[in-house]
Design a protein around this ligand. Structure first.
Ligand SMILES: O=C(O)c1ccccc1NCC(=O)[C@H](O)[C@H](O)COP(=O)(O)O
Length: 251
């Protein structure tokens, strides 16, 4: 299964991490929670800078991260998601400080976090938020949520089924991402957000619908079930990523 391969690769990366990290070189934390809550009139879109993926292979070649970050921020996303996984998604941790120094909207570090040191590393790189995947962390999820918050990082807890949603609700995380992509089969089903959001709504959480938004119609169809969208492939594969993002933001 691809997720197992990704986790195995991640374990090798983590083994090379140092035990401690310095504080980030700046103090310009931006809150993803606040950015979503304060979005008015337009759709809250977290635009993902995603150069490659297991399901699509290469999505966009020769991406200038700083330039892309500027284009997407200018097109009105509430935040940027930066995929830092190197082997399957073509990212690197160093993309975080690069993007963070270009824009003043929140930056989410999107990776496969399995070890406390990756949280400390995320903070040192200057991320504002981190993705924590419920199916990857299992019983360790609440501890990782607390750890992220101790490092002043906002955790976005990703779920794909009712049990994972229940676990996420039992943590301190405010942001719950419902992934429409089944990470075991890579299939996308947007009804995942529709089905799971019912049990999450009204409990003080913000719901982010992740994956599989292709058009303004998709966003219009789904926005009653979530507070924000995480969109990568369809923005990054478009000839004009800024224009494509505007379609989602203004849908
Ligand atoms: O995108 C993949 O192929 C993938 C494969 C295995 C694990 C995770 C994967 N994607 C991570 C994501 O959650 C998406 O990058 C994100 O939600 C954006 O999705 P999309 O708009 O469909 O690119």
């Amino acid at each position: 299964m691809i997720l197992d391969d990704i986790v195995r690769r991640t374990e090798k990366r983590v083994a090379l991490l140092p035990e401690t990290f310095p504080e980030p070189p700046w103090d310009n934390h931006a809150s993803l929670i606040k950015a979503i809550r304060e979005r008015e009139g337009k759709n809250a879109v977290i635009a993902e800078i995603k150069c490659a993926s297991p399901s699509r292979g290469i999505i966009r070649r020769n991406v200038d991260m700083a330039q892309m970050a500027g284009v997407l921020a200018g097109a009105g996303c509430v935040a940027l998601s930066v995929l830092t996984e190197p082997y399957f998604f073509g990212g690197t941790g160093q993309d975080i400080p690069l993007v963070k120094s270009t824009v003043n909207i929140p930056v989410l570090r999107k990776d496969f976090i399995i070890d406390e040191r990756q949280i400390a590393e995320s903070r040192a790189l200057g991320a504002d938020a981190v993705l924590l995947i419920a199916s990857v962390l299992g019983k360790r999820l609440p501890a990782f949520v607390d750890m992220a918050m101790d490092y002043h990082l906002e955790p976005l807890v990703e779920v794909h089924n009712a049990d994972e949603a229940e676990s996420a609700l039992g943590t301190q995380a405010t942001l719950i991402g419902i992934n429409n992509r089944n990470l075991a089969t890579m299939t996308i089903d947007r009804s995942t957000t529709r089905i799971l959001s019912g049990n999450i709504r009204g409990k003080g959480k913000l719901i982010v619908s992740e994956s599989g938004m292709r058009s303004a119609d998709d966003v219009r169809e789904m926005r009653g079930y979530c507070d924000a969208f995480l969109i990568g492939s369809s923005i990054m594969s478009d000839k004009q990523p800024g224009k494509k993002l505007e379609e989602f933001v203004c849908a």
